[in-house]
Design a protein around this ligand. Sequence first.
Ligand SMILES: Cc1ncc(COP(=O)(O)O)c(C=O)c1O
Length: 394
Amino acid sequence: MKFSRRLDRLPDEIFASLNSRKIEMEQEGRKIYNLSIGTPDFPVPEHIRQALIEAAKDPENWKYALRDTDELLEAVCGYYERRFQVKIEPEQVTSCAGSQEGMGHLGLALCDEGDTILLPGPCYPAFIACANIALACPYFYPMPKENGFLPDLAAIPDEVADRAKFMIVSLPSNPMGSVGNDAFYQELIAFAKRHDVLIIHDNAYSDIIFDGCIGKSFLSYEGAMEVGAEFFSLSKSFNVTGARLSFLIGRKDVVQAFYKVRSQYDFGMFLPLQKAAAAALNGPIDTVLRQKEIYQKRRDALCGGFRSIGWDIPDSHGSMFVWARIPSWYESSMQFCMDLMEQSGVICTPGASFGPMGEGYVRFALVLSEQEIQKVVAAVDACGILKEKKHEQE
Ligand SMILES: Cc1ncc(COP(=O)(O)O)c(C=O)c1O
């Protein structure tokens, strides 16, 4: 039987060899520093856990939820107003089981086969999956180093922008750690209006932003609500990645189209999870603010540490990632990752896994303590992988 053409467009597991070698090394008792996956190592705030546990005790809460509760929708609206100074109505919000799932289904709601979607190059792989599942055509717009790893809108040909159905923008950026500024978002909204292209902003890292900057919502900019919508995830701010607590928020017709697709197969978010999400949104955010400071110290330890051993990488300004160019004598980011893991025990992610424009770089996730990161830097230095001479001798 010939399965769907969709499957042909989905990539194979490119990490398989990296993962199997990692498992072997662990079995050999080698010290491993795993900076490959962006899973926060901070605890879930107690009040969020307690809300889930209490709600799970009530058998009524184990029935189909069917919809987002008023309590949850009001919590999202209240949070957006307090945190981002954005006024939204409950009809402009709908939940999803993680932005990653949401991205997949948004493509189905917005696109027909062959439609063009503008994606950041490089980008979070779920954006590519969104295009592939919808059988749409991704067009990767550049985010060059010279532009501070921000989208270069001028580099998108007019005819491409005119035919694009929507454009995904996600800042702070995974994998590059760049952060949007007011001028960029104003330019983006003007671009969206000029080309009649919808903007889908993914705001996964609004709370992990460094050097005194405060993460904003795309929807806080004038005109944004007319041209787009935003994914808002609790995963990284509240360390609840496994609970899949995310929302699409913004222009009503986009939110409704997305809801229509999702409601065909989804009976709503498990009610105890809705209670937990409301507790997160209504509760204190002191842990969120503290974490941001800790991520920044880790950023300093990793970027500053690598620079001190001769690896010239820029500071990331937000997200939980650092984007590093591989040494010039390496042609493949996968090969560099394999060698780095073998020689130092440090695991990072090959840039090639973030789409065609990611090659030549690797990504480190700031998921170990500052002290462990100092050991990472020492291990990378000691193994000599950054020294061209050593490489030539091999
Ligand atoms: C840019 C970006 N968006 C979304 C997500 C995932 O969010 P969620 O846990 O809500 O699926 C991630 C996780 O790594 C991410 O990097």
